[in-house]
Design a protein around this ligand. Structure first.
Ligand code: BG6
Length: 464
């Protein structure tokens, strides 16, 4: 039996996001965001027509869920502050009721011995800014920095760890290239502009944090998806992986940690007339305001091969430079359609250690979404999710090895401690240690994995 010991103070916890757990709960003056709007326009785009209306009902049920999270061994919890709940309009009017809600949540977390980690943006854009173009519009960037200042002013006395954006690449990627997020646009040049303005917004939020003299730490959460090519002996495949890595990992990793964009990414954008509108002074802001730490969300690797024939597309798409493939016999999480490849976490750690100054980082999301978990209910009505424990252990072994080899990882967060709403997948796949019956929100229940995670968290270790 092998024991895996993690250092004292290692963060064990979980993450969720405002839109995915709170429910729309507009009674306190929350304004609509893009998810409310998209659901109104096209409910059929969401699995079984379930929209963001109720989600995990955290807005009303946060006290119970926080107590239950602590019982699962969650000692730190990341959620996001919903821009449209805190700021009411384009003039920046602050909604005191929205602020009050987040104060109550933070206090409840602290009372239960859970460190709150706050993220300023997790895929949510208020409609009053989306109408102006969202992150295609420069004014939105300034408004985001102003929103960040309001949040620091209110909460930084109680919250020591902050995050500017969760997975910033997702908005340009899924909203402006691959048609999975609102506004469902497919246009490579617009995607590049959005990506650049999101990076600028993140850097300006870091700048504001320092200007206000906040004493904690501020980071960014990236879905660093390690890219592997089919045949490392084939230079064309290696180039394909290099390009995919530039687009989907380094486009935010380099400016956030090193303060500058990779020259090869800029060259590709130039070749495709897709260089965003920018100013020298903005690049200087990005240069000066790198993050204190990184959050890494890891679910699956990216497997690519060189293009066998040119991409037919009216707009510039990153896929011009590579194709995806699925290796034979790879392990899949069939519910989500994602490959399970635990070593990816180790490879990420080594990359950060060797190429990004070994900046402190934590796993901010990892987890296994499983469909129809009802089939695993035992006689007592508990979900027997041994597969989740195995999934976590498999990843923690590689994480442990990375740390033993000098990687600077200080925590591991599960997505998500309780079942939550997964964007257009709605409640299809369940991730939690805590089961939520969407027909009976008032009675969340523990799954088998909850007690196991509690033991890991209490002892900072697990055994095979
Ligand atoms: C991450 C996001 O990409 O993955 C979460 O930060 C998301 O918001 C999670 O819920 C799991 O993915 P999905 O699509 O199954 O919800």
């Amino acid at each position: 039996m092998k024991e895996y010991q993690f250092k004292e103070g290692f963060l064990w916890g979980g993450a969720c996001s405002a839109v995915q757990c709170e429910g729309r709960s507009p009674e306190d003056g929350k304004q609509d965001n893009i998810w409310d709007q998209w659901y109104r326009e096209d409910p059929g785009a969401f699995y079984q027509g379930v929209g963001p209306e109720v989600t995990s009902d955290f807005y009303h049920n946060y006290e119970q869920l926080i107590k239950m999270m602590r019982e699962c061994g969650i000692t730190s919890f990341r959620t996001s502050l919903q821009w449209a709940r805190i700021i009411s309009d384009r003039d920046g009017t602050v909604n005191r009721k929205g602020i009050g809600f987040y104060h109550r949540v933070i206090d409840a977390l602290l009372d239960n011995g859970i460190e709150p980690i706050l993220c300023l943006n997790h895929f949510d854009m208020p409609m009053y800014w989306m109408e102006k173009g969202g992150f295609e519009c420069r004014e939105t960037v300034d408004a985001f920095a102003a929103f960040a200042r309001v949040c620091y002013g209110e909460f930084s006395g109680k919250v020591r760890r902050w995050v500017t954006f969760n997975e910033p690449v997702i908005t340009p990627e899924q909203g402006y290239l691959y048609l999975h997020h609102y506004p469902l646009v497919q246009d490579g040049r617009r995607a590049a502009q959005v990506a650049y303005y999101i990076q600028l917004a993140s850097s300006m939020a870091v700048e504001a944090y320092r200007q206000m003299g906040c004493s904690g730490q501020i980071g960014i959460v990236l879905n660093l998806t390690p890219t592997y090519c089919r045949n490392p002996e084939d230079e064309r495949d290696r180039k394909a992986a290099y390009a995919a890595d530039l687009f989907f990992n380094r486009s935010f990793l380099d400016p956030s940690v090193k303060g500058e964009y990779p020259a090869d990414l800029v060259r590709i954008l130039e070749e495709n007339q897709a260089v965003p509108v920018h100013m020298e002074q903005e690049l200087e802001t990005i240069r000066r305001n790198t993050v204190d730490y990184l959050g890494v969300n890891y679910y699956h690797p990216r497997r690519v091969v060189h293009r066998s024939r040119p991409l037919e597309s009216g707009t510039f798409m990153p896929d011009r430079y590579f194709e995806y493939y699925t290796p034979e016999n790879c392990r899949m999480n069939k519910s989500r359609g994602w490959e399970i490849y635990e070593k990816g976490l180790y490879d990420i750690g080594v990359n950060i250690r060797d190429h990004y100054g070994n900046i402190p980082w934590m796993v901010t999301e990892n987890g296994m979404g499983v469909q129809d978990e009802e089939q695993f209910l035992n006689e007592e009505g508990m979900v027997e999710d041994g597969y989740r424990v195995e999934f976590i252990k498999d990843h923690l072994r590689w994480l442990h090895k990375a740390i033993e080899e000098g990687c600077n990882c200080f925590g591991y967060h599960m997505w998500c401690p309780f079942d939550s709403w997964s964007w257009s997948n709605a409640y299809k796949n369940r991730y939690g240690f805590i089961r939520i019956d969407i027909n009976d929100h008032a009675r969340p229940s523990f799954k088998r994995s909850a007690a196991w995670f509690r033991r890991v968290s209490d002892g900072n270790r697990f055994t095979d």
